[in-house]
Design a protein around this ligand. Structure first.
Ligand SMILES: C[S@@+](CC[C@H](N)C(=O)[O-])C[C@H]1O[C@@H](n2cnc3c(N)ncnc32)[C@H](O)[C@@H]1O
Length: 308
């Protein structure tokens, strides 16, 4: 993407969260917490560390990291979305962590820190949003001290031909049968496919190249991290599945977390959204009346890397 395009992309991507910050935080706290906890444990944060959380959102990872910090340590969460940062700051105050944590509006591709400022950098579900991920990774490398850890996680299918991929397939086999029988709807593909059918594609790019390239990003992401200069120490993949009790929650979670649905629905005419909603709810009720369920599977591919 060219510089001007990527600036516009970044602004639109960040502002697309501003209207759904509350819902984002609600579902993130409910679903993402185990993934965030694992990410922070992989970072091996020490009490005196200076930690950076890139694309912090409502601060789920930064707040967990702040609990590991004692005097002398500090966590800095950065994000481009003002709405996300307002919520993150309010949460830090509520938890009494405001002395240990700071949130700033900043572009991951242009970090406003001196070289070698941080002892650890963490980032959850943000890298795929950056139009120039290699630029962001090189920035992260620059602001880290040598020998320190960078732990990043992105949404992805399991690594191809891996043990985790195989055991995942065995685990989800009953779900695959339920889907075939019309007794399970799966997010975010369900809403995305209705959006694809009913709402015109936006003229501008809706997802970064890295996100739209493939659903299995494991090799691309590891390769990018190496290209930025890091040594990859370890990779890991974890998956979870949430069952949504009501079609209302099923709608909210998808229109919040899916970049395509969030962006297209917020720009669509109200009557178009209404007719799409009717179809969505109709199908949900039909599946539930057959004893079926509404599920949101989510997974993270983790890379633990070190600055030489
Ligand atoms: C899916 S959210 C993840 C938030 C949080 N890490 C979490 O797991 O809950 C992606 C975040 O990346 C932020 N973001 C997107 N592009 C960015 C950029 N260029 N610089 C900094 N943050 C960015 C978005 O505003 C959003 O808050």
């Amino acid at each position: 993407m060219q510089t001007l395009d990527s600036q516009t992309f970044k602004t639109r991507d960040a502002t697309s969260y501003d209207a759904v910050t509350e819902q984002f935080d609600f579902f993130t706290e409910r679903l993402t917490s185990p993934l965030a906890t694992h990410l922070v444990s992989l970072a091996e944060i020490k009490p005196s560390d200076s930690v950076l959380d890139v694309g912090t959102g409502t601060g789920v990872v930064a707040l967990l990291a702040a609990k590991k910090i004692a005097e002398g340590g500090k966590v800095h969460g950065i994000d481009l979305s003002e709405g996300m940062l307002v919520t993150a700051t309010a949460k830090a105050e509520k938890l009494g962590l405001e002395e240990k944590i700071k949130f700033s509006q900043m572009d991951a591709e242009n970090l406003e820190f001196e070289a070698e400022t941080f002892d650890a950098v963490v980032s959850l579900f943000a890298l795929l949003h950056f139009p120039n991920p290699l630029t962001a990774l090189k920035e992260i490398y620059r602001v880290m001290r040598p020998g320190c850890r960078f732990v990043v996680a992105v949404g992805s299918r399991p690594p191809l031909f891996s043990a985790s991929g195989l055991s995942h397939l065995v685990k989800i086999f009953p779900d695959l049968v339920r889907r075939k029988q019309g007794r399970q709807l799966v997010a975010p593909g369900f809403l995305d496919s209705l959006v694809e059918q009913h709402l015109p594609k936006a003229e501008e790019q809706e997802e970064s190249d890295l996100a739209s390239h493939s659903h299995n990003r494991t090799s691309d992401v590891s390769e990018l991290i190496r290209s930025a200069g890091f040594k990859v120490l370890q990779t890991d993949w974890q998956s979870h599945q949430a069952q949504l009790a009501t079609p209302e929650d099923f709608w909210e979670i998808q229109r919040t977390f899916s970049s395509i649905s969030r962006k297209r629905l917020s720009n669509a005419a109200p009557e178009k959204v209404e007719s799409l909603r009717r179809e969505f709810f109709g199908q949900c009720h039909m599946v539930q009346s057959r004893g079926g369920n509404l599920v949101y599977p989510f997974a993270a591919f983790y890379v633990v890397a070190e600055k030489y």
